[in-house]
Design a protein around this ligand. Structure first.
Ligand SMILES: [Fe+2]
Ligand SMILES: [Fe+2]
Length: 184
């Protein structure tokens, strides 16, 4: 059984987001269960899906009042870079490293979904933003100042501090994936 499986506990009651998250969980399970011959193919498929997944959420944030460098988008960028770096190492034969980062992702994702993504879902609903059509029905509810946090209840001073810590971690090639405890 994979380390992470989809369940209602991961649902954020926003179908378009849930659909993407369920696909992420399924692709990650394929990575975890892949043999060495197919590992990098599955890892690349997960990366490509994650580019769309994170890009979609980043676009929703831009459309509803978040600053470009908000902590949620910053975490996306850090995680994606770790995944890409892992793919490079995988092509050099470090398959165990790819498997290690995949395991880290399985630990990281529930926390990210239940804090940053949950906060984003609530925010989108509060401003009447339809993520499928891009229509905004309550523009008066948009923030008057750009949001630099992640919008979740867990976003506080620690998150702001991590805005500066996160990029530094990507430079440490042997560091594990930054998991929830370090970025949320
Ligand atoms: Fe997400
Ligand atoms: Fe996210």
């Amino acid at each position: 059984m994979p380390a992470l499986v989809w369940s209602d506990a991961l649902s954020l009651s926003m179908p378009v987001m849930d659909h993407t998250h369920e696909a992420f969980v399924e692709l990650l399970a394929l990575v975890e269960q892949a043999d060495d011959a197919s590992l990098l193919r599955h890892w690349q498929a997960l990366i490509e899906h994650t580019v769309d997944h994170f890009g979609q959420e980043d676009a929703w944030m831009r459309a509803t009042g978040f600053a470009p460098g908000n902590c949620h988008s910053t975490q996306h960028a850090v995680v994606l870079e770790v995944m890409r770096d892992s793919a490079r190492r995988g092509t050099q034969g470090e398959l165990d490293w790819v498997r290690r980062i995949a395991a880290e992702l399985a630990d990281w994702f529930p926390n990210h979904a239940q804090t940053m993504d949950a906060g984003l879902a609530l925010h989108l609903k509060s401003v009447g933003y339809d993520p499928v059509t891009g229509l905004l029905t309550a523009p008066s509810a948009l923030p008057t100042q750009a949001i630099s946090g992640c919008g979740s209840n867990s976003c506080h001073d620690k998150a702001a501090a991590n805005d500066t810590q996160a990029p530094q971690r990507t430079e440490a090639a042997n560091e594990p994936l930054p998991v929830g405890e370090s970025l949320v």
